[in-house]
Design a protein around this ligand. Structure first.
Ligand SMILES: Nc1ncnc2c1ncn2[C@@H]1O[C@H](COP(=O)(O)OP(=O)(O)OP(=O)(O)O)[C@@H](O)[C@H]1O
Length: 282
């Protein structure tokens, strides 16, 4: 049974990968990702960009080992072509035990994770939840110190640890979700729109938290984000998707300067416009 190699290099290897959702309700199987190839070296931070429906979340979920997680059979992602390895673990036919081992090292922040925090738990227990699910023996004091440091970075007062999700603002819930995704000390973090829906004042706090984590851990990251602040602060290389395919890739400034694909050019313009908006807002 393959064991994750936590310092594998490349950390992610994708070759001619296609991913599909099963046929349902009389429809046909739907191929959400088609013939993708790229590697992410250990310690690199990549961003995945693209319009809505281009397959980013599908790819992110799959590479995080969460492809088969959905309760609805029709939402379970299947590898239908090519291959992928994460930490040297082949992602086709991922058995339950291998998946449990892999997901201990691969953090996944799902899209809109702030909205799906366990409603019956207070913030403190929500943060401990991923650890408690795996082990009953852990050093609460040491983790408590780390939580306090993270709360400070994202500017949440410690009193919030006693509050429940319904008592928090949307932006506060999202900050809790990002902290939660770091609790198991992932060697690879795959995060889907970490700052989406968070107001412009609080987005930099999430960027700062991810930067802090990156610096202390050297973790590899794959971030789906169109947040220009996040891209500039953290990302070395960008992958651009359109309709399930890779249409651009390269070093962040380079790719937008020399974009030869129409969609990548439009995306570059849109991102520049966002950056100016944010400067205007300040
Ligand atoms: N559970 C599902 N069953 C069938 N098709 C799905 C399912 N989830 C997503 N899709 C389809 O797969 C394609 C890719 O969706 P995906 O969510 O990966 O795109 P995305 O780039 O992340 O978009 P967004 O930015 O809006 O989240 C879309 O056409 C979508 O309709």
């Amino acid at each position: 049974m393959p064991h994750p190699v936590v310092d594998a290099d490349p950390m992610i290897r994708v070759s001619d990968l296609s991913l599909s959702y099963p046929a349902h309700a009389g429809g046909r199987e739907f191929e959400a990702v088609e013939g993708l190839s790229f590697d992410v070296a250990r310690g690199d931070v990549f961003a995945l960009l693209g319009e809505s429906g281009s397959g980013k979340s599908t790819l992110a979920k799959f590479l995080a080992g969460r492809g088969p997680d959905a309760s609805e059979k029709s939402s379970r992602i299947r590898l239908t072509g090519g291959e992928a390895t994460v930490m040297d673990v082949p992602m086709n036919r991922l058995w339950r035990r291998t998946r449990a081992r892999l997901t201990a090292y691969v953090g996944h922040l799902a899209q809109d994770a702030g909205a799906t925090l366990t409603p019956e738990l207070n913030v403190g227990d929500i943060l401990f939840e991923p650890i408690v699910e795996r082990s009953k023996h852990f050093d609460r004091d040491e983790l408590g110190e780390r939580i306090a440091e993270m709360m400070d970075i994202v500017a949440l007062p410690l009193a919030k640890l006693q509050e429940y999700p319904y008592e928090l603002s949307k932006g506060q819930r999202q900050r809790v979700a990002v902290m939660r995704s770091l609790m198991l000390d992932p060697r690879l973090l795959i995060a889907d729109e970490p700052t989406l829906g968070v107001d412009a004042n609080n987005r930099p706090k999430i960027v700062e938290l991810l930067r802090w984590y990156r610096e202390r851990s050297g973790a590899t990251m794959l971030l789906i984000s169109h947040d220009i602040g996040m891209l500039e602060a953290l990302v070395q290389e960008v992958l651009v998707m359109q309709q399930g395919r890779l249409v651009g890739r390269g070093e962040i400034n380079e790719i937008f300067r020399n974009a030869d694909h129409g969609y990548v050019q439009r995306l570059a313009q849109a991102l520049r416009a966002t950056a100016y908006d944010e400067i205007a807002e300040e």
